[in-house]
Design a protein around this ligand. Sequence first.
Ligand SMILES: [Zn+2]
Length: 249
Amino acid sequence: MTCRETKNLLNGYVDGELDSTNSISVETHMRGCASCLADVENLHDLAAAIENGSLRFKVPARVKRNVQSAIRAANPETRRSVFSWRWAGVLASAVLIIALGWGVTTRWTRSSEETLLINDIVSSHVRSTMANHITDVSSSDSHTVKPWFSGKLDYSPPAKDLTEQGFRLIGGRLDYLDNQPVAALVYLRSQHVINLFVWPSNSPAFKEPKELARHGYSLIHWTRAGMTYWLISELNLTELSECARLSME
Ligand SMILES: [Zn+2]
């Protein structure tokens, strides 16, 4: 039996699907062929790795090599038979398991980072109201507040005056969040301070507003045109979402 004939039968051999005549032929060939023997060992290793779940979090280097050599072994003429649907399925499962493991890790990291950020935002908001340091520049005029940030930040935050809509701009302040100086725009609504923190987004350019309540404060977060926005106040979420909607217009 030739190498090509043997390789075409290897998946069936590993799966125990060959009749005894073909099994004996494969085994006889493997005794004198290191290449086919290695292929069978690779297939066995891959099957074992899938079964014992060792691929769940980390792909062993050996399995990676096995997959690569299995792919190399599948030359164009024999690709279909060597790379049977069964093995394509096994490989797809491996890829899915790896992807799921990766997804879980990145999601967890992101949410724990976000939790830290939310705590920092609440702290900054509370500090700004308690330390009597609400604004660095006090004005209701967006043409005064907006230019004040230039030279202090390398981006220009929007400083919309929403007085007519019931949210009075009272000024701006430099703050520090997410490991960088950020713009804080300050609004007032019936004696409640509202901080709108703005800085350039490092992930997606657009994110729908997300509302949450933490430590007795309402927060709304969104991303527009590459800028990240966090709105926070002790106002309820209904009133604050009106402020968010006006800020986004
Ligand atoms: Zn061979």
